[in-house]
Design a binder for this molecule. Sequence first.
Ligand SMILES: [Zn+2]
Length: 193
Amino acid sequence: MRESVDPRWAQLKGRSWDCSSCGETHLGLFDLGCARPDFWQDSEQPLPNSAIAGSTHCLTEDFCVLDKQHYFIRCVLRLPLIGAPEECLGFGVWSTLSEKNFGKYIETFDSGEQEDLGPWFGWLSNRLKGYPDTLNLKCRVHPQSGRQRPWLELEPTDHLLAKESREGITYERLINIYAAYGHSVGPAQDGDD
Ligand SMILES: [Zn+2]
């Protein structure tokens, strides 16, 4: 085997842990997400997706139009876990789309049949913490069927995020990334619940 299994992933996955940074109790490994593209400066909370109809400036859970000029959708970037085959840390992030592709995406969203639409060109529209600047990294957007958010494939450069999306992250990197987002994975807790 090229890669040995890191038992810490299974330990993390199997427990709930009290986070000394945010004060919440987390269950195992959880995904991180950005509620809006970084270009969206208004403070309102995301609206239900239905609010996109006919709107020229709005943020919903999955769509964003900025001044009838810039179009974004919410996607998932997956970082494989080194030493935990077939598992990933998911990052909810936003990508731009052309107006035309954005229109197609919205049109077919409720059908749940979208896997044949892409891949589409996009620009990553969030600055992720724990990385050199990630805003406007080039990516390919892969729409999915079954109401799953599109997954993002980053241009295969040597940017750390692109590299980690191809090669994976170590357990130590996960701890760093969580820390950058205000979560502290403490030492494993003894005793059974
Ligand atoms: Zn936390």
